[in-house]
Design a protein around this ligand. Sequence first.
Ligand SMILES: C[S@@+](CC[C@H](N)C(=O)[O-])C[C@H]1O[C@@H](n2cnc3c(N)ncnc32)[C@H](O)[C@@H]1O
Length: 205
Amino acid sequence: MIEPKIQKVLNSLEEKIEYEKVHEYDIPLDDTLLAIGKESGLFLNTLLKSQDVKKILEIGTSFGYSTLWFADVIGDTGKIITIEANEKKIAHATENFTKAGVSDRIKIIKGQALDVLSDNQYNEEKFDFVFIDADKENIIKYFNWGFSHLRPKGIVVIDNMLYPEKFKPYMSKLHTHIQKTPNAQTSTCPIGNGLEITLKLRITS
Ligand SMILES: C[S@@+](CC[C@H](N)C(=O)[O-])C[C@H]1O[C@@H](n2cnc3c(N)ncnc32)[C@H](O)[C@@H]1O
């Protein structure tokens, strides 16, 4: 059961997502959602509701479609920090969060993700869940930052592991990197565009 106000905004964004699938190349880049889609959104919402998830970091907000699925998980007592570089997309996301009644749960940070993450004020933060869905050039750096700022039994999820094809070289390097990361257990799930789900194991020694 998704909060009704959130569900209503998700429904209207899903109409745009369907339109975008057919007309992607006719839409200016600033106006594209490039969203995870309903299958991945519902899957992650279900997965996270089975855990005690209150604090989330998201890299790549766009119009806030994925953020809304996460806002439903954390309820009024949780907090999401979401990073986005594109001002126009931030304006759309802000409007969508207001319509869904979840603005208090979400802090949008405008900027390049690497600059934001290297800002000292976030160094002491620990997250229950980190979602990475931005540029792929820096994906290993985003993973390293996210994984090191995760509490034990926390999860990092990365979108686009399987699609589109053009991201494959980055994603296969990333997968190899995660497999070599101590204390990480990872699985590539063929849901939506392919979700890499990495669990931070509890440190036993
Ligand atoms: C695939 S879209 C995110 C979709 C969103 N997670 C969803 O499912 O609704 C990627 C977003 O990341 C933003 N982005 C890309 N590179 C970035 C960077 N280096 N720093 C901050 N934002 C970035 C883009 O402007 C774009 O809005």
